[in-house]
Design a binder for this molecule. Sequence first.
Ligand code: ATP
Ligand code: MG
Length: 352
Amino acid sequence: MNKKKLAVLFGGQSSEHIVSCMSAANVIDQIDTERYELILIGITEEGHWVKAESVGDIRSGAWYNSPIEAALIPDATRRCVILTENGITWEEKIDVVFPVLHGPFGEDGTVQGLLELARLPYVGCGVLASAVSMDKLYTKIIVNDLGIRQAAYVPVMSWKMKKDMDSIVRRIEDRFSYPVFVKPSNAGSSRGVSKAENREELIAGLLEAAHHDRKILVEEMIVGHEVECAVLGGGQKPVQSSGVGEIRAAAEFYDFEAKYYNEDSRTDTNPTLPGDSAQRVRKAAEKIFNAVDGYGLARVDFFVTEDGEVVFNEINTLPGFTAISMYPMLWEAAGIPKKELIDQLITLAFER
Ligand SMILES: Nc1ncnc2c1ncn2[C@@H]1O[C@H](COP(=O)(O)OP(=O)(O)OP(=O)(O)O)[C@@H](O)[C@H]1O
Ligand SMILES: [Mg+2]
């Protein structure tokens, strides 16, 4: 059988760079190398593209010293990556791309736009779904129309903070009582997200969030189970949702440390939730996936309150694939092993 050439993109210029490297290593381990020949392309935090030799080099970080530069070009007549080493240049054809990139400059439609120009099939959501889902403010605007509850919010533009912090704080305090959640509209892995218990923390949280994006959201706090639902499909394949998993953060909330480094954080793929809320979470996840024009995959996150109300939090179009990530675990619990899941995702890329 003629092997297809699959390019895996990893790393990237976002604050989730390191998470992407962990995800990519796990994805690569599950790719059927009988069917696909791999080319591994790492993007440094500065945005430099290089070819990595092996998954071991991704795990160890050796790929940062790779002597081979890799340029994926938008030329649709060539569909290739141009490689350069010691002044010698050659090209390698590509059949399909798996962008295992999280956060801005990867999960937000930018890389997807490049792949559209190159007319290369790629795994996951297209430009629109990626962009809208990465931007929490725009996701809110779309979900507002679906009759699904989400946390009430006040948008804040960072450029107004310098001269008008007082009136911003007043606007928030008129609307909500503390605690509130402050988050950059575009970020991920809880980077720049904080919980503010008082005015001082609110101002500090706004200034911190402003490092990540010029659009910031301040939200009412939702108390309840933090749950996630995996979605798979699109096009000819009907969209299906997995069971609902629960996150039990070991910290005050599910911040970056709690997510990736605190071993006491727990995930449960078969939690006990009030009434038929799990079923309603699944329905809402599919509805939101379709509303943002999702394709391929996404993980849709919610809260379920003690009285069983389902509250949407956010949608991730390139959810984590680390060893502790919910997306692959939920499918595994639903009877789709990781290898088969990756295979389905690549097949969906070709079908688009
Ligand atoms: N309105 C809210 N009420 C209660 N907790 C919240 C609220 N918003 C966020 N959180 C907590 O903060 C965490 C991070 O927030 P959120 O999921 O919105 O950010 P993120 O950076 O996009 O994370 P992800 O990696 O899932 O993309 C959540 O997992 C949850 O624990
Ligand atoms: Mg989240």
